[in-house]
Every structure is written in C-alpha cells, then in structure tokens.
Design a protein around this ligand. Structure first.
Ligand code: SIN
Length: 288
C-alpha cells in the first residue's frame, strides 16, 4: 500500500504518514516498513484516521501486543485495553492533567511498554499539545565524563516516587492489587531494534539510584532531565482530529500540556504496546 512519510523535524524525531487507512488489513511488508520507520523516527503521526475504541486497539497490533494500563477503572467503552485520557477537575479550580511532566510510560513495570498511542475524541480549541524529546540524541550529546559517570547505573522505578513532580491519579483497590513489583532499569538502555543507546529517565517514578546517596541521585536525575528536555531534542505535536500518534517509550520521553481553557474537554483514547525486558547498554568502550 503506497503512503507518504515526511520527517517532522531535522533530527529524526517524528514522522507524518499520509495515505494509509489503518482500518484496512496490514500485510507483512507494510507492517515491517512501519516498524522500521518507528525505530528510526520514534514518533509516527498517522493522519486522517477515524477509529472507534476497538478499531484503535486493533491498529496498535501493527506494532505488537496490547498491554493493559495500571488503572483498571478508566476504560473507554467497547474495549478493555483502551484507556481514557481526559482533563478532570479534582477540587474547585484544580485540575488533573495526566502526563503533565516529561516521563516515559509505566517505567515502574519490570517490562515497560514498547509504545503508547493516542487518538483524540475531543480537543480544546487551542493548546493541549504533546511534546516528545529524543533520548538517543540526548545521550549521544552528553559529555564523555557524564557518559562515564552514568555507565552501568540502575534506577529503581516505583508507581509514584516520593520525589515525583506531580501527584498521580490514585489507584483503586483492583488496580493496586495488580501493580507489579518495582522496575530496576539501567539509566542508559540499548534499543533492541535500532541498536542505539538512550537515556532512560522518569522523575515521576524514579525513587532511587542503586548504590547512590539520595541527594546525589536526585541531583543527577535533575541534571540529566535539564539536558534531555532541551528544545533541540523536541518534536511538539499539535493535535488534529483524525491523528493516530504512536511513540516509542524506549527512545522518547513525552509530556502533555495543560495550557488550554479547562472549561473545554481534551479527551483522547490511549493504548499501550507490550515491550521486552529493558536491555542495558554495553559498558563504554564495548561495542553493542
Ligand atoms: C500521556 O502521558 O500518556 C498522555 C499524553 C497526552 O495526553 O498528551
């Protein structure tokens, strides 16, 4: 099936895909081409899709098997694996914006998701963009001394870190019981498909760095985050109806923007694709 792929930045972060109907069957050749593009560009923006919840879930299967979300009680009607992202008022004048600071999804899971995808149901008139930053490029640009410092380090990721910059939606009883043990992951991971190294950070969930005093660990994560979230690593997605956007949690962090009128509804369907155990990057000086 013919389609047009257009890079969305000059640093291989984001590509737009036109001319595909994701409801149509996807053969092996197209599936492989899309997965190759995904490993190269990390964020794919399919335009002009109109998908019910089950149809959206089905499109995710181009990239792998669906994975369930932590919150078992926030599902779109029609499909158990489709989660709902929506601005919600939690107190007078106070709103919860899911995903409002940079993170990678479900990193507290011992086997975190390969990918996450969103498809809008209702969008604000202005704002509500999603920002993505390329963690391969951020790693490559680190000073050698920093690369040496973080070589081999591992972080403990819990559901909500004591140091999280924002409060997460609390889990109900069913979801709490289903929570996996914390993930202990390398700070530098190896992407299993493109073979590149990437920083693997998530201040919402990192509780500690193994063997490092707390103040030192917090300062290190803050320094790496300040580096990784520079504009030069970013693709900023302005949502349009019909978008199906899928990103690689192994190579980008993302954040939602709560910069819109909270009287308007921003409502998207969300799915996750199962990943593989996080591969530690080989020590510096050893080829991948
Ligand atoms: C998320 O963090 O998964 C949600 C991102 C968004 O709503 O833009």
């Amino acid at each position: 099936m013919a389609y047009q792929l257009t890079p969305l930045t000059n640093h291989e972060t984001g590509a737009e895909i036109l001319g595909l109907d994701l409801k149509a069957p996807v053969g092996t050749e197209l599936r492989n081409a899309l997965n190759d593009a995904f490993a190269r560009y990390h964020v794919l923006v399919f335009r002009d899709q109109k998908l019910t919840a089950p149809e959206f879930a089905h499109t995710g299967e181009i990239f792998g098997e669906l994975m369930s979300h932590h919150h078992k009680d926030v599902r779109a009607s029609g499909h158990p694996e489709v989660y709902v992202v929506r601005n919600e008022q939690i107190a007078p004048g106070k709103y919860r914006i899911q995903g409002e600071t940079f993170h990678t999804d479900h990193s507290n899971h011992p086997i975190p998701p390969k990918a996450t995808a969103l498809h809008p149901v209702s969008l604000p008139t202005h704002g509500g963009d999603t920002q993505f930053v390329n963690m391969h490029n951020a790693y490559d640009d680190l000073a050698e001394a920093m690369k040496r410092r973080i070589d081999g380090l591992r972080a403990v990721h819990v559901f909500e870190s004591r140091f999280s910059p924002r409060k997460l939606r609390p889990l109900n009883e069913e979801s709490s019981k289903a929570l996996p043990p914390p993930g202990v992951h390398p700070l530098v991971r190896l992407h299993p498909e493109n073979g590149r190294k990437a920083l693997y950070l998530n201040p919402v969930r990192i509780e500690s760095i193994v063997g490092m005093p707390e103040d030192e660990a917090l300062a290190l994560v803050a320094e790496l985050m300040a580096h990784a979230t520079q504009k030069k690593y970013e693709y900023r997605h302005q949502w349009r109806y019909g978008d199906m956007v899928i990103w690689d949690n192994r190579s980008v962090m993302h954040q939602a923007n709560g910069d819109y009128d909270m009287n308007e509804v921003r409502h998207l369907h969300r799915i996750m694709i199962a990943g593989e155990p996080v591969l530690a990057a080989p020590p510096l000086g050893v080829a991948a």
